[in-house]
Design a protein around this ligand. Structure first.
Ligand SMILES: [Zn+2]
Length: 151
């Protein structure tokens, strides 16, 4: 696993696994590929790949302007996917059902992380790397996309 320039995923994973999952989560970890800002269209901060049993985090998270509780929250979210499988419903697959959400909200900084991501979407997905924009409440509010789940 690539260690990451700023955040070491295995360290965060072990901490979250111990505190929230009694050490029961077993999966691989990776940072995704770095993409140019113009092609950073997939606004997904992380994903869980069930077949590979692997969590992949978007490398936009691996920079000093991103608080550790945000990276930890995304990792926790993906670990919830490792624990709560997607369920087949009539006509669609439910990824974030009630069981999932209940587990996700146990994370201490869940709300703070969600708010930070909403306020810093431009920083994460459009601005050049290392161009730090401090958290601002007003940035995302007008943007309808901010209502979507980001990871
Ligand atoms: Zn998800």
């Amino acid at each position: 696993m690539p260690p990451g320039k700023v955040y070491h995923l295995k360290t965060l994973f072990d901490w979250i696994n111990r505190d929230y999952f009694s050490g029961s989560v077993r999966c691989k970890l990776a940072w995704g590929r770095v993409r140019a800002a113009r092609v950073r269209r997939v606004r997904q901060l992380g994903r869980f790949e069930p077949r590979a049993n692997r969590i992949v985090l978007n490398p936009v998270l691996d920079q000093p302007g991103v608080p550790v509780f945000v990276v930890a929250s995304v990792l926790h979210h993906e670990m919830c996917h490792a624990v709560v499988p997607a369920k087949r419903r009539s006509g669609y697959t439910e990824f974030h059902g009630p069981e999932f959400k209940a587990l996700e909200r146990k994370f201490r900084d869940y709300r703070a992380a969600r708010d930070w991501v909403r306020a810093n979407r431009k920083f994460l997905f459009q601005a050049p790397k290392n161009h730090v924009i401090l958290p601002s409440r007003g940035v995302a509010a007008a943007d309808a996309m901010s209502q979507l789940f980001l990871f």
